[in-house]
Design a protein around this ligand. Structure first.
Ligand code: PLP
Length: 356
């Protein structure tokens, strides 16, 4: 039990236009905060008005990037209740990231209580329409006001909330992807499997390069041989070759273990579709595209759920996938996952957790 202290605002914000929310642009009335002090553990759980944090400029996070984050959503169902999708998976991953980053772990029950409490507090911000949701961003930063590279002795855990629009305002449009053969986002032994800002900082250059050429995202290859597929942008990636679904295995440690990825694999297997997790060379995928055996490609992640890939650009050579349209596997996964999340498809897996 956290014993959360509530300090509620008397100046509630005017809600933005829910038809043009975009992603991560608006934030709710409150935030959850909790401190960590060595010897004392996590303490002072509180829900306070949303606003700027005051931090010493020497805080460790600013200099050595000791921090982590998570991302999940709250959905409003047709009967007006609010539910989360597999929050236990995010909390498990949060503590795996903490372990890698030398950040103290948070009791999983406390983390869930914190998420539920802040979502309940700002429940009036959860959008009503299917497709729109409340994005939940928990994060932890190292706050020791000291230069010198070593794990911090003090931390701040925060949760902020942002109402977000339907990812696909006008139907699902497959995206164009640029195969990045120069820059990498993560390496074996590094922090690829952990959800940390540093991985994103390292990815900006490749992402900027792809965008400048008119591509939505980058296909990341492994950091050692620049040969095997890791991820697509900030999503896990799947290919359908000759009817078999293939996704890179997690055992190299350079791939983020997505909750959407795990859910897609479980769903596909429950439908009797063959799913293989293994090393997958980019040249194998391109050869399959050349010979017409690459049926579909798509990314998976909380924000977009399923993002079909319509084109792969390999150093100027364009490979069009499934005529640039969404394929049946991606479509069925999208419809089922979003249906479970918004409560219009029965949740046979026990994935949803009711907030209120
Ligand atoms: C968060 C994230 C994903 C997707 O994970 P989900 O749990 O499905 O949202 C994939 N790749 C990276 C690099 C990520 O940060």
């Amino acid at each position: 039990m956290l014993n959360i202290r509530y300090e509620l605002t008397r100046n509630k914000k005017t809600k933005p236009d829910y038809n043009s929310l975009g992603f991560g642009q608006y934030f709710t009335d409150h935030m959850f905060l909790m401190d960590y002090t060595e010897g004392k553990g996590w303490h002072d759980a509180r829900i306070v008005p949303y606003g700027p944090l005051s931090l010493d400029p020497a805080s460790a996070v600013f200099h050595y990037a000791q921090e982590m984050f998570e991302g999940l959503k709250a959905y409003k169902t047709a009967d007006g209740s609010i539910q989360l999708f597999r929050p236990d998976k995010n909390i498990e991953r949060m503590n795996r990231t903490n372990e890698r980053m030398c950040i103290p772990k948070i009791d999983p029950a406390d983390a869930l209580e914190a998420i539920r409490a802040i979502v309940e507090t700002d429940a009036d911000w959860v959008p009503d329409e299917e497709g729109k949701s409340l994005y939940i961003r928990p994060f932890i930063i190292a706050t020791d006001p000291k230069l010198g590279v070593h794990p911090s002795h003090t931390y701040l855990f925060a949760i902020i909330l942002s109402p977000v629009g339907a990812y696909y305002a006008s139907g699902i449009n497959p995206v164009k992807i640029y195969i990045e053969r120069e820059y990498v986002r993560a390496v074996r032994g590094g922090t690829g499997f952990a959800k940390v800002g540093g991985n994103y900082a390292a990815s900006l250059k490749g992402q900027e390069k792809a965008e400048s050429m008119g591509y939505a995202q980058v296909l990341w290859l492994d950091g050692v041989e620049h040969k095997y597929i890791d991820e697509v942008g900030a999503m896990n990636v799947f290919f359908v070759i000759d009817g078999e679904v293939i996704t890179p295995a997690l055992d190299e440690g350079s791939i983020l273990p997505g909750v959407t990825r795990a859910s897609a694999i479980e769903l596909l297997r429950s439908w009797g579709v063959k799913v293989t997790e293994r090393r997958l060379a980019v040249d194998e995928v391109l050869a399959a595209a050349e010979s017409g055996r690459l049926n579909e490609a798509f990314g998976t992640g909380t924000a977009a759920v399923i993002s079909p890939i319509g084109e792969l650009n390999d150093e100027g050579v364009k490979h069009i996938i499934n005529k640039g349209e969404i394929g049946p596997v991606a479509k069925r996964l999208y419809d089922t996952l979003t249906g479970i999340q918004w409560g219009s498809v029965r949740d046979d897996f026990g994935w949803t957790v009711k907030v209120k």
